[in-house]
Design a protein around this ligand. Structure first.
Ligand code: SF4
Ligand code: SF4
Length: 204
């Protein structure tokens, strides 16, 4: 059984970095032909609860991956930045995350969920679903990894492209924020209900 992603709602977000509204990336990954899914080259961090959801599908996923479930994840480690307090890393095989779709492109967990009629957001790891947005110490920010990717600067405003997913994981308070690909003032973006603070030094 695959549970909802609501466990992430207990991550408190108090600030949003301004560059999420001004930087761009290619949100249409499959339409971006020159990256070879390089962002999947190092595996990803997965909350323990997400790992358990994925392992619950092992009987169907193992034949598609061709790798036994025992080889999918490293050992779990304590990390208070994740909802369960534990994080695990997906393993890398032949220069790609174990869950990379080697017959097509993209994430096999995403494709598997679609094939099974499951909302892919309930199976694909959250760090991948909201990428290149990430979070740290109560702050949403752009992943530094984006600097290394060929899609950096192409396509859509990061925040606008990921707004639906951010609402899914962090709540409706993000609904009134918009980048629109434009540089805006802090005041323009602030919604009184959000209580988002832009001074990142408060959270470091
Ligand atoms: S995020 Fe960028 S590097 Fe990763 S698959 Fe999409 S277009 Fe390619
Ligand atoms: S879980 Fe999927 S999207 Fe995330 S790194 Fe692995 S293959 Fe890429």
């Amino acid at each position: 059984m695959i549970e909802a992603v609501a466990s992430y709602l207990n991550i408190s977000i108090k600030a949003v970095d301004e560059n999420l509204f001004t930087r761009k990336y290619s949100a249409d990954c499959l339409g971006f032909l020159h990256c070879e899914d390089i962002c999947c080259s190092y595996g990803c961090d997965v909350d323990k609860s997400e790992r358990d959801r994925i392992l619950a599908c092992a009987d169907k996923l193992e034949p598609r991956l061709g790798i036994p479930a025992s080889g999918w994840f490293d050992d779990e480690m304590k990390d208070e930045g994740y909802p369960s307090g534990f994080v695990v890393r997906t393993r890398v095989y032949r220069h790609k995350c174990v869950f990379h779709d080697r017959k097509a492109r993209g994430c096999l967990l995403h494709h598997f969920a679609n094939d099974e009629g499951i909302d892919w957001r309930r199976l694909k790891p959250m760090v991948c679903t909201i990428f290149p947005v990430t979070w740290e110490k109560g702050r949403l920010l752009t992943s530094p990894f984006l600097d290394e990717l060929p899609c950096n600067g192409c396509g859509e405003c990061i925040f606008d492209a990921q707004k639906r997913e951010l609402r899914e994981f962090f709540g409706d308070r993000f609904g009134n924020l918009s980048g629109g690909g434009q540089s805006q003032t802090t005041t323009d973006r602030l919604n009184p209900d959000c209580m988002l603070k832009m001074n990142k030094e408060e959270y470091e």
